[in-house]
Ligand binder design. Structure first.
Ligand code: ARG
Length: 593
């Protein structure tokens, strides 16, 4: 069944068409003044403009009056009124709202529809670097990328999430050379040994986390130490077997740790690829690019020029090979495009990466177009702003060090636990359940606070505000979901069953109209890659439910059985949609709290 808005929209378009105007101008939308009427049509103003051009003299109010006359017999419309210069306010009939409510309740997807032509989409997000600690950019990428992946999936697209780890840069040379100075006798460093290396990794994640900053700090102060890392990187990239074997160990150890870290965040990748795994494709890729005649030698480096023909926008060239012969960030991203074409042949690739990398992607995309691999629209960089500390700078942990995901989650957990005990929530649950609830609340708080901003906005990390149960927060939404779960449990205890929906009260109507807008919200969010529109929707839904629950008691004595059953069905439908919306955002509600 179509949405209430779609049905009113079709009726208004038909009315304007029958008056000799283009149907589009009769479009109906949600009203700016829902207190007056839920929907409005502003077509009369545009129609008057068209009429004037035709030399007719009519004012918008007259046109609106005529439209109202045409629509007056429509059984889907309860009230239709003209306001101001010719706005038409529309209220749907009880019948239409009830019919829609029943359809939503019966629908496993609670109104969500799939697109007609699903695409194959790669979402490149996460982007953690092997051994290097994560920063807020990686956190935001994981949270936003996960939501974008889920919302495109909800729309019926085939979506493949790829973590695209950073595992091919200088950090590898740092690790190799530092490990060598600690354990020079490992077989990986013996140039005479070229295979048969141990299958057990020589390092743990803690070792990697220790070795990298050690090496990187030494190298900053000591040129010779830096040179050792450079040489190790170059030898690794040139294929030295012992170093390749070490790299594989580093990657395995890191992936195992990252799986846990991302897992705690509720972020799951389909592909655990990275920069290193496309390295074998680079020689052929470069040969091909040279053969196309789009590369140039520039001061010993190999580049592709990507500036505009008219040079209106200066975009520096893509660096394929540095003068040292080293492979660069541009090169691995181009090789990844080659790999994705061969392995997946996607219609669309979305890069959820810090806005500060916008130029990098612009360069890479232009080169890929120049190479004839993809059309420009097939590659989209979805940038985002930073999560700042109270000082307005990108958030760091209290010691001023870089962010560790675990620390951040601990901070959120603690804030959530404090909040829960302050509000006496879960006081009679056992410790394990209380901890699990705090974890869910903390995570929901963090994710919702992140996702509810328009992507490019910077925001301030404020665990106290994020974990509040009032206002537009994750915990508020979890609380709304949990409250409905508890109502449903209570109803089951009292033997009240769900039944046929009958919508009469204003609060019931506005709840159904909120439910009605789910599909629109997900579509708009997907079209604009804007998860905050889904946040807006779930928040509106939770608020509508709250009003409904205040005005329309469900389980109290005196409510007729049929009304109880109808309202219970509405509550259950709301819960399903709320949880589906939260799930798209990567947020899970506890069973009770
Ligand atoms: N590892 C990179 C970084 O930490 C992010 C990777 C983003 N994805 C990509 N295809 N370049 O900055």
């Amino acid at each position: 069944m179509r949405s209430v808005l779609d049905i009113l929209d079709a009726a208004c378009r038909a009315a304007f068409e029958s008056m000799g105007f283009p149907a589009e101008i009769g479009a109906v939308r949600e009203s700016d003044r829902p207190d007056i009427a839920p929907f409005q049509c502003n077509g009369a103003m545009a129609a008057a403009g068209i009429a004037k051009k035709r030399g007719e003299k009519v004012n918008p109010r007259e046109i609106a009056a005529k439209a109202v006359e045409i629509l007056s017999g429509n059984s889907d419309i309860a009230a239709i009124e003209i306001a101001g210069p010719g706005f038409i306010n529309l209220s749907p009939s009880e019948y239409l709202i009830t019919t829609r409510a029943k359809a939503l309740a019966a629908d496993a997807k609670v109104g969500l529809t799939a697109v007609e032509s699903p695409l194959t989409v790669v979402v490149d997000y996460g982007g953690a670097n092997v051994a290097k600690p994560m920063h807020v950019g990686h956190l935001r990428s994981a949270v936003i990328g996960e939501a974008i992946k889920r919302m495109l999936r909800a729309q019926g697209h085939t979506v493949i999430g790829d973590v695209h780890m950073g595992d091919w840069g200088l950090q590898m040379g740092h690790l190799i050379s530092e490990l060598q100075s600690e354990q020079p006798d490992l077989p990986y460093f013996d140039p005479d040994i070229t295979d048969g290396y141990p299958s057990e990794p020589p390092v743990t994640m803690d070792d990697l986390a220790r070795l990298y900053p050690l090496a990187s700090n030494k190298a900053k102060a000591d040129k010779a130490r830096m040179e050792a890392s450079r040489i190790a990187t170059a030898e690794l990239q040139a294929g030295r077997p012992g170093y390749r074997a070490l790299l594989d160990h580093f990657i395995d150890v890191s992936v195992a740790a990252l799986k846990i870290g991302y897992g705690n965040l509720g972020v799951e990748f389909d592909l655990w690829k990275g920069e290193a795994c496309v390295d074998p494709l680079i020689p052929d890729m470069i040969k091909g690019l040279k053969a196309k005649g789009i590369t140039e030698e520039d001061d010993g480096a190999l580049i592709i020029r990507v500036e505009d023909e008219d040079e209106s926008k200066t975009v520096p060239p893509v660096m394929l090979l540095a003068s040292s012969g080293a492979v660069l960030y541009h090169t691995t991203d181009l090789a990844t495009l080659v790999d994705r074409k061969a392995e997946i042949d996607p219609d669309l690739i979305l890069y959820v990466v810090d806005q500060r990398q916008a130029l990098h992607f612009e360069q890479v995309f232009r080169a890929a177009v120049k190479a004839g691999w993809y059309d420009r629209e097939q590659m989209v960089h979805l940038g985002f702003g930073t999560m700042n500390g109270k000082d307005g700078k990108p958030f760091k942990t209290r010691e001023g060090g870089v962010l560790r995901l675990e620390d951040l989650l601990d901070i959120m957990n603690a804030a959530a636990a404090r909040r829960l005990s302050d509000s006496g929530i879960g006081a009679d649950f056992d410790a394990a359940e209380r901890a699990e609830i705090a974890r869910k609340v903390g995570l929901a708080a963090l994710k919702f606070a992140d996702l509810q901003n328009a992507r490019l906005t910077n925001y301030v990390f404020d665990p106290e505000r994020f974990t509040a149960f009032e206002g537009k927060t994750g915990p508020y939404l979890l609380y709304a979901a949990v409250r409905i779960k508890s109502i449903l449990r209570k109803a089951a205890d009292q033997g009240v069953a769900m039944g046929d929906i009958l919508v009469t009260e204003p609060a019931e109507q506005q709840l159904v109209l909120a439910l009605d807008s789910f599909d629109r919200a997900v579509t708009a969010a997907s079209d604009k890659y804007a998860p905050h529109l889904i946040c807006d929707h779930v928040y509106r839904l939770a608020q509508s439910f709250s009003r409904f629950y205040t005005d329309c008691p469900i389980l109290v004595d005196g409510t007729p059985e049929a009304v109880k059953s109808s309202r219970l069905r509405l509550a259950e439908t709301t819960l399903r949609q709320l949880e589906m919306g939260l799930d798209i955002l990567g947020i899970q509600a506890p069973e009770r709290m």
